[in-house]
Design a protein around this ligand. Structure first.
Ligand SMILES: N[C@@H](CCC(=O)N[C@@H](CS)C(=O)NCC(=O)O)C(=O)O
Length: 199
């Protein structure tokens, strides 16, 4: 089999598994976990950083979930791949935006849900940073169904993959109605459920 995806769906590997389901490509999933295998010598040969996800696509070995997705979309992407160089730039922009503006605070809020001992000051700072980011995303989505226009693309999958943590954190998206609608559309896709269910 050409493509191996390392990492369980209950991790950032979900983003890559979701894309593989969207693309309908054949892959093997090696269920490495944070505590089960990510620091073992065999896996460190794949990703010396000791993090999941990673992939081996016929000898192309990559880490970093959103970079993996941009690569897979470009190689196998079909309808998910941006249609022109401008949209390719926008897909890169939104992917980097998701990691730099949204992922950190979203993770803090998810952890707070699982571990109520998170200090109030950290939660407040996360809410402020995330609120500012979501306001920007809400503006960008005004009048369109998806980030690059009318079709679901790799830009949506990468950003929604990160923001899926907000759903798990039961974050109130009511002040950001365009984001709420768009995230519902993205996470309502059958491929997301299939990837999450490990099917
Ligand atoms: N920026 C990386 C982060 C990867 C990451 O931190 N993954 C976590 C699981 S979601 C992990 O491997 N943790 C185990 C560890 O750091 O030892 C990506 O997006 O792929």
């Amino acid at each position: 089999m050409a493509l191996t995806i390392y990492g369980i769906p209950q991790s950032r590997a979900l983003r890559v598994l979701w894309l593989a389901k969207e693309l309908g490509i054949d892959y093997k999933n090696v269920p490495i976990t944070n505590t089960g295998g990510s620091r073992e010598p065999d896996f460190l040969k794949i990703n010396p950083n000791g993090h999941i996800p990673a992939i081996d696509d016929d000898g192309v070995v990559l880490c970093e979930s959103l970079a993996i997705n941009l690569y897979l979309a470009k190689k196998y992407g079909g309808d998910l791949q941006p249609k022109n160089i401008g949209d390719e730039g926008r897909a890169l922009q939104w992917s980097f935006w998701a990691v730099t503006e949204a992922e950190g605070p979203a993770l803090t809020l998810l952890m707070k849900r699982m571990n109520p001992g998170t200090p109030d000051s950290e939660v407040a700072a996360a809410n402020t940073k995330l609120g500012a980011a979501l306001k920007v995303l809400d503006g960008a989505l005004a009048g369109k169904d998806y980030l690059l226009g009318s079709n679901f693309s790799i830009a949506d999958l990468n950003v929604a993959g990160v923001l899926s943590w907000l759903q798990m954190a039961k974050f109130d998206l009511a002040p950001y109605p365009n984001v709420a609608d768009w995230l519902g559309r993205c996470l309502g896709r059958p491929a997301f459920a299939a990837a999450r269910g490990g099917k």
